[in-house]
Design a protein around this ligand. Structure first.
Ligand code: SF4
Ligand code: SF4
Ligand code: SF4
Length: 441
């Protein structure tokens, strides 16, 4: 069995962390291993994971190291991981490693290693100090200083990194300030993800979570700030996905493409789950020490998860945005107790976002008032049309799609093509590279 699109998220310390953020979504996973004081992945387990994963022939092997806080494993573990990956790599395609971190442990030695081994780092910070209050240590001290120190180090070693911003009640009212923070700190790569955690009682959300309206307002204002800034070198993952959809290409993120097939999560002891948000007994697929990933992917538990996760709730049937939204991420339904006869939690926000963003992209293409984005979008449109006119080898070429419509053509901008943002780098080293990360770290 080959699984070319598969990526894996590995949790070598489970939910263990040297911080204690109020909104931490992964803390509940610790309850699964409550009898283990400090879960740590054995090197033999890491080897089984790498071997089984690479045997599935991923086209762009991508191993995401997350937690909790994965740096708690110590640097020697990751040195061994890199050796293991080299041993099991067939041909030249050494896996791309990503590491999601809060930055607390990063020092010169870590940064030298991460930069020297081409790790892509995801650094968690929710904006400037006053908006980062949810991120804190167990003694209540704020974590902003630690994140900024790590950011400075990563820059000084020229390590590739992006920032992960969670929208919570701490920053939801200040999207412009968050975007300004990115620009002021020369942060050209960002992911922005809403906090939507279940509350104490059924059908509620936690006090840190945002409403669908807040999510929509935030993302629209962030997008407007991006337009106003008129600089396509600022990459925000959601905006990149909207651009894909606008130009009729499949989105990159699983949330925007109804694709729950391609991102397994593997816990410290080798337990495998279908998704980072479904690390629960009920969804456990098996363990790499007892079965192979291939057996788990073929097994009934995974098929059952896919049936659930990729189902379309009744209110989404016939929605004009279904091919962009795909009813959103399944966690925004199942985790929040929303049934198939109800609208997904973020529906109101998603509808407004798609309507607003697609209209504004069209306007920006038609109007050179923002010259750099106008040129960028025009260039992207031409690149997409050329790509669609020349189908990739072995792929049927769908007819060119007019901008602003959606197709399911199964084509992508080439990873080795010049990045359409105009940076001069290959897309795989530029806008096409981002840590696969839900929030955490
Ligand atoms: S449930 Fe959500 S995060 Fe998980 S794979 Fe599906 S779309 Fe992605
Ligand atoms: S916008 Fe709302 S109704 Fe439409 S597909 Fe998304 S969640 Fe469903
Ligand atoms: S959100 Fe990240 S940094 Fe904060 S406690 Fe959770 S794992 Fe640790």
């Amino acid at each position: 069995m080959k699984k070319p699109g598969l990526g894996i998220l590995v949790k070598p310390v489970s939910g263990d962390c040297n911080m204690a953020c109020d909104y931490c979504y992964y803390r509940p996973a610790k309850a699964l291993y409550a009898d283990v004081r400090a879960p740590r992945m054995a090197v033999q387990t890491a080897e089984a994971v790498c071997e089984q994963y690479l045997a599935l022939g991923p086209a762009r092997a991508n191993i995401g190291w997350q937690g909790g806080e994965p740096t708690l494993m110590g640097l020697d573990f990751f040195r061994q991981v890199v050796e293991i990956e080299r041993r099991h790599t067939r041909g030249d395609a050494v896996p791309a490693n990503t590491l999601q971190t809060n930055g607390v442990a990063l020092d010169d030695e870590w940064c030298r290693f991460l930069a020297g081994n081409d790790f892509l780092i995801g650094l968690s910070v929710d904006g400037p100090s006053e908006l980062n209050a949810t991120r804190r240590f167990a003694n209540g001290k704020p974590a902003f200083g630690a994140a900024m120190r790590a950011m400075g180090l990563l820059k000084s070693y020229d390590a590739e990194f992006n920032v992960l911003v969670v929208i919570s009640q701490a920053n939801a009212q200040r999207p412009r300030r968050v975007f300004d923070f990115l620009v002021e700190n020369d942060l050209h790569y960002a992911q922005v993800i809403p906090c939507t955690e279940p509350g104490a009682s059924a059908g509620t959300v936690s006090e840190h979570s945002v409403t669908a309206a807040q999510y929509g307002d935030f993302m629209i204002a962030l997008f407007e700030a991006w337009l106003e800034n008129d600089d396509p070198s600022y990459y925000v993952r959601s905006i990149d996905n909207w651009l894909h959809l606008f130009f009729g290409l499949p989105a990159e993120s699983c949330t925007h493409r109804q694709d729950c097939h391609n991102l397994l999560t593997i816990e410290w002891n080798g337990d495998v789950y279908p998704c980072d948000f479904f690390v629960e007994d009920r969804y456990r697929l098996g363990n790499v020490r007892e079965q192979t990933l291939e057996q788990m992917l073929r097994g009934p538990a995974f098929r059952q998860f896919l049936r659930e996760a990729e189902s379309v709730p009744k209110p989404c049937t016939g929605c004009e945005w279904l091919r962009c939204c795909h009813a959103g991420c399944y966690r925004h339904r199942r985790k929040l107790g929303i049934g198939d006869d109800q609208r997904p939690y973020l529906c109101e926000g998603d509808k407004r976002i798609f309507g607003h963003v697609f209209r504004r992209l069209r306007e920006t293409m038609d109007d050179p008032a923002r010259p750099r984005l106008h040129a960028f979008l025009t260039h992207l449109g031409q690149a997409v049309a050329a790509r669609l006119a020349q189908p990739l080898e072995g792929q049927p070429g769908p007819p060119p799609a007019p901008a602003g419509t959606q197709t399911e053509g199964g084509v992508d901008l080439g990873r080795n093509d010049p990045c359409p943002c105009g940076s001069g780098r290959k897309r795989k080293h530029c806008c096409g590279r981002v840590a696969q990360a839900p929030y955490g770290g």
